[in-house]
Design a protein around this ligand. Structure first.
Ligand code: PHE
Length: 345
């Protein structure tokens, strides 16, 4: 092997290594190339092993030369490695970059149903006056829904409500008033009960639905009068509708109250002047109420000569419709999200 040929061979090796290294697309590939030349079984190492075939006096020069070659290649790879790593880092940063000016992904939030909102509000208002919640069953016996409420089988008032019967004796309750009896059988006065729940009547138009919700109230104690009822209702409408709301009682009839009243609230939209909501009258009917009929107290073992009470019952859908200006009760059962989303607070 003469020196010139060796030089030539080594230059070719450097060029070859350089070309292969430049083709490497990432640091992993570049490392593979580096191993091919500088690794334990690499080409430079193989070259070094050829030293033993040389004459003794040629060895030092040869060794020096191969070492120089090794250093050259190491320098080459170091430089290229740095470049590849830089390129990779730039690529990674570009792919992971976050545009902080982009709007965030909005997560849709649910909302309470307007009937639930009004029910919760009613509970809030009356709980603040000391009422406790009692919930009766939705399937009732004829006795609790009618007979005990002074509405015996042949009573014409049964026609006031079109009842869904489950059997001769069982029915879907038509009114939460059934809860009055269940509670009074269980608890001695003083009583301050609030009873929310679903009720059912075969009735169906823009303001009536076969299933709707009622909120019943019952107060029984010594010396309770109609005045207590109106005073409490005045507080209730102020809290529910507006600070300036007032109530008006009109005579009515319910078998389980005597006297019975329909309660109107002054229109919260026009303040009583007359508008489409109150049909020009300035008043809106909101609930039925009255002084608990003596017979009802007797039916529950409460002495009507000692105790008296008042009761009221309102439709929760009706209150929601008045409060939010909803003109069709069906909107409350269709559950169209475009409608429901409007009640987010
Ligand atoms: N239960 C009656 C109804 O559903 C409302 C009411 C309740 C009336 C309590 C008076 C007393 O129409």
């Amino acid at each position: 092997m003469d020196t010139e040929q060796k030089d030539f061979e080594q230059e070719a090796l450097v060029r070859e290594a350089e070309e292969a290294a430049l083709r490497a697309e990432d640091s992993r590939a570049l490392y593979e190339v580096k191993l091919q030349y500088l690794g334990k079984t690499g080409k430079v190492t193989a070259l070094m092993k050829r030293m033993k075939d040389l004459a003794q006096e040629l060895r030092p020069a040869f060794g020096k030369q191969v070492n120089a070659l090794r250093e050259k290649l190491e320098g080459l790879f170091d430089g290229l490695e740095a470049r590849v790593r830089e390129r990779e880092m730039a690529k990674k940063l570009a792919s992971e970059s976050v545009d902080v000016t982009m709007p965030g992904r909005r997560r849709e939030r649910g909302a309470l149903h307007p009937v639930t909102i009004v029910k919760n509000r009613l509970i809030d208002i009356f709980a603040g006056m000391g009422f406790e919640i009692f919930e009766g069953p939705e399937i009732e016996t004829d006795y609790y829904n009618f007979t005990a409420l002074n509405t015996p089988a042949d009573h014409p008032a049964r026609d006031m409500q079109d009842t869904f019967y489950v059997s001769d004796n069982l029915l879907l309750r038509t009114q939460t008033s059934a809860g009055q009896i269940r509670l009074m059988e269980r608890k001695k006065p003083p009583i301050k009960m609030l009873s929310p729940g679903r009720v059912f009547r075969s009735d169906d138009d823009a303001t009536h639905s076969p299933m709707f919700h009622q909120m019943e109230g019952l107060v029984v104690d010594r010396g309770i009068t109609l005045c207590d009822l109106q005073g409490m209702l005045d507080e209730f409408v102020k809290a529910m509708f507006s600070e300036t709301s007032k109530t008006r009682l009109r005579p009515s009839y319910f078998p389980f109250t005597e006297p019975s009243v329909e309660v109107d609230v002054s229109c919260h939209v026009c303040g009583g002047k007359g508008c489409p909501l109150c049909k020009g009258t300035g008043w809106i009917e909101v609930l039925g109420a009255g002084v608990v009929n003596r017979r009802v107290l007797q039916n529950c073992g409460v002495d009507p000569d000692v105790y008296s009470g008042f009761a009221f019952g309102m439709g929760i859908e009706r209150i929601a419709m008045l409060k939010y200006g909803i003109n069709n009760i069906k909107l409350l059962t269709e559950n169209d999200v475009r409608f429901l989303a409007q009640f987010k607070d």
